[in-house]
Design a protein around this ligand. Structure first.
Ligand code: F6P
Length: 340
């Protein structure tokens, strides 16, 4: 078989490990692999490079994606959709492995509906793809944010300040939850929960009175009621660019006004998305990349490789895309056990 592989959407650590998994598993059974560059853009515009084992040998160590990525929606117009189908035919692709989050996988589902031979691999630092217990990228991104909390703690302590860290995650609070819990924050605001200013202020006051400083973690997707609208527009899939809303800065402003405690804010932004993947992400991405090839070889197109418990398996793209995975009550209860 001739495999194609692409990485779409926002990058995250672990993509290279997944690509490597695809290449090693496929070539190990006598198949060949080409990569499409910059996500669906490469499939649409026929931007292709061959991938041999020597091209991917040590990329498991590196963040980002050697294939490049984009938020191109290949089914935005019928003309683009036809270009994708033409590329796959011209390149003689027998199986396409689409590695991405909800948007990339939705495009894969649409391709499958049109007869394309495609399997999916879920990734996203947001950890919000349904149907899989964890997505790779999340552990690495959250670990970077936890490290940032440690650095902010040092300076907050020195200056007896409150510091708010805004993290990414779109409309799912997984990264904020992991950062707040793993970084011992005094308060953590999730998009899944209503904003309660009085509780937040109480927690900040309590932390400052007991130890002289406070750390607050805020997810970029939190609704404050009157926060500024997006200044950054939308991407090709219609998603608002949330970091432009400046939720963390607004929360810091409100804390300072309400408490009189000097408050600063920091936005970790894309620093979370770079850097080497954690071991967990390397292993998960590798397993899913390998399994995606196995699905294709068995003719299980239209499926996506997911993690369920200890095992990787294939589930229909429809199932994985049914609803995004947000933070359930069980996890938020655990988080708030440690509030100040
Ligand atoms: O979906 C991953 C993600 O990092 C979100 O957490 C964030 O809102 C978005 O991508 C940022 O997108 P971009 O890299 O296009 O600014």
């Amino acid at each position: 078989m001739r495999f194609g592989v692409l990485t779409g959407g926002g990058d995250c650590p672990g993509l290279n490990a997944a690509i490597r998994g695809v290449v090693y598993r496929a070539t190990g059974s006598g198949h060949s692999v080409v990569g499409f560059l910059d996500g669906w853009k490469g499939a649409r515009d026929r931007l292709v490079r061959p991938l041999a084992r020597s091209d991917v040998h040590d990329i498991i160590l590196r963040g980002g994606t050697v294939l490049g990525s984009s938020r191109t929606n290949p089914f935005k117009t019928e003309a683009d959709a036809q270009k994708v189908l033409a590329t796959l035919a011209a390149e003689g692709i027998d199986a396409l492995v689409a590695i991405g989050g909800d948007d990339t996988l939705s495009a894969a589902r649409e391709l499958h509906r049109r007869g394309g031979k495609v399997v999916g691999v879920p990734k996203t630092m947001d950890n919000d793809v349904g149907g899989t217990d964890w997505t790779f990228g999340f552990d690495s991104a959250s670990s970077a944010a936890v490290e940032a909390v440690g650095r902010l703690r040092d300076t907050a302590q020195s200056h007896h300040r409150a510091i708010v860290l805004e993290v990414m995650g779109r409309h799912a609070g997984w990264v904020a939850l992991a950062t707040g819990l793993g970084g011992a924050a005094d308060a953590t605001l999730l998009p899944e929960e209503p904003y309660h200013e009085e509780s937040l202020i109480r927690q900040v006051r309590s932390a400052v009175s007991s130890r002289g400083y406070a750390i607050v973690v805020v997810s970029e997707g939190v609704e404050l009621g009157s926060v500024r609208g997006s200044a950054g527009g939308k991407d090709e899939f219609g998603h608002e660019l949330l970091r432009e809303r400046g939720v963390g800065a607004e929360v810091a402003r409100r804390i300072e006004i309400a408490t009189g405690i000097e408050t600063r804010s920091a936005q970790i932004g894309h620093i979370q998305r770079g850097g080497p993947p954690t071991l967990f992400d390397r292993l998960l991405a590798t397993r899913l990349g390998v399994h995606a090839v196995d699905l294709a070889v068995s003719g299980r197109f239209g499926e996506v490789a997911v993690l369920r418990g200890e095992s990787v398996r294939g589930v229909p793209l429809d199932e994985a895309l049914r609803s995004p995975k947000t933070v359930p009550r069980e996890w938020s209860d655990l988080l708030h056990t440690f509030d100040a």
